[in-house]
Write a protein that binds this ligand. Structure first.
Ligand code: CDT
Length: 324
């Protein structure tokens, strides 16, 4: 049986701070309709695709901050995306800010889901590598308060049987960590989908600004190759509220080659046919994990949690993290 699928990366241009969800949803549905014309069965949207990238601001008003989170999925505002997916027979990956109440406690995560072609949520991921800082820092031209607004994702890196393959997810900064792809690879992922919001300016090391596109592709291409999986990376791109975000949304083969890429920094799709069976070219050869991995020598990879916890406790001692 053929295990081929036509897929799309569905890049979004900037979303304004006051842009209603209905507008972002309508833009995404328009991309789905264009993708349908090209035979696409699975489409990948960016991280935090329903709103502007709000961690760039210190938002002190809790009511305002709450407006950026989804308390239900689908909601009346996001249901049209699910309806479009069903109508077009198209699955999708969607990133958004999630608010849930569990055992009477509110939690907030930077989250993504896989929705299959029948409109069912078949997988959820909560971002594990949260970049940025807890407290606002005046020296920065813009903030990156993901550590303040989101909790560390508690679902691990899972692989989901859907759309005829084994699908994994991550979000933005996760792609820079080889461990993300390796854990998904060890669990058999044949396709890893991810959305990103990556500023062109890196305030801590501006001498790296010209390398942002290179580092984006370097990370994803290495993740694809070393794990013999397909990768679809999708940007929120362009000048969003004065902050320039990279584009370069792409589809990467298990060989590490980029086989389709967006051209601009606005709403745009790039499409390709992928064959899940091509993962074997790597996974049965150079990256045959069972035969060639040497996990006995990889001990330090799973050490260091205590040091990290101590560092975080120091940083967050006077923070209002979780008090918002
Ligand atoms: N959204 C996200 O994770 N962005 C980061 C920005 C750089 S770290 C402040 C990224 O890794 O692309």
């Amino acid at each position: 049986m053929s295990r081929k699928l036509i897929v799309a990366t569905a890049q979004l241009g900037p979303i304004g701070r006051d842009e209603p969800r209905a507008s972002a949803v309508a833009r995404m549905i328009s991309l789905m309709e264009q993708a349908y014309e090209r035979g696409v069965k699975l489409i990948v949207f960016p991280e935090l695709a329903l709103t502007t990238f709000f961690p760039r601001w210190m938002i002190e008003n809790p009511n305002e901050l709450a407006t950026f989170f989804e308390t239900e999925m689908p909601s009346s505002e996001t249901q049209p995306l699910f309806d479009a997916g069903k109508r077009l027979g198209m699955g999708f990956y969607l990133g958004y800010a999630e608010e849930v109440v569990e055992n009477g406690t509110r939690h907030r995560y930077n989250c993504s889901i896989i929705v299959d072609e029948k409109g069912e949520i078949v997988g959820k991921y909560r971002k594990i590598h949260l970049p940025g800082h807890f407290q606002p820092e005046d020296w920065r031209p813009f903030q990156h308060l993901e550590k303040r607004y989101f909790e560390h994702g508690n679902l691990g890196f899972q692989v989901h049987d859907a759309m005829g393959g084994k699908l994994g997810m991550c979000l933005c900064n996760d792609r820079r960590w080889p461990e993300t792809f390796r854990v998904l690879g060890l669990r058999g992922a044949e396709l890893v989908m991810l959305g990103y919001n990556t500023p062109m300016h890196y305030p801590q090391a501006p001498e790296h600004d010209h390398l942002q596109d290179f580092h984006n592709h370097l990370s994803m291409q290495a993740g694809a190759y070393a794990n013999g999986c397909w990768v679809i990376g999708t940007a929120k791109a362009g000048c969003e509220e004065g902050c320039d975000l990279i584009g370069g949304s792409c589809i990467i083969a298990p060989t590490g080659e980029i086989i389709a890429m967006t051209q601009g920094l606005g709403d745009e799709i790039a499409t390709a046919e992928i064959d899940f069976d091509r993962c074997k070219e790597l996974r049965e050869n150079v990256f045959n994990f069972a035969l060639h991995r040497e996990p006995g020598d990889y001990g330090p990879i799973c050490e260091g949690a205590e040091t990290r916890d101590r560092m975080r406790a120091d940083i967050t001692e006077n923070s209002v993290f979780r008090a918002h």
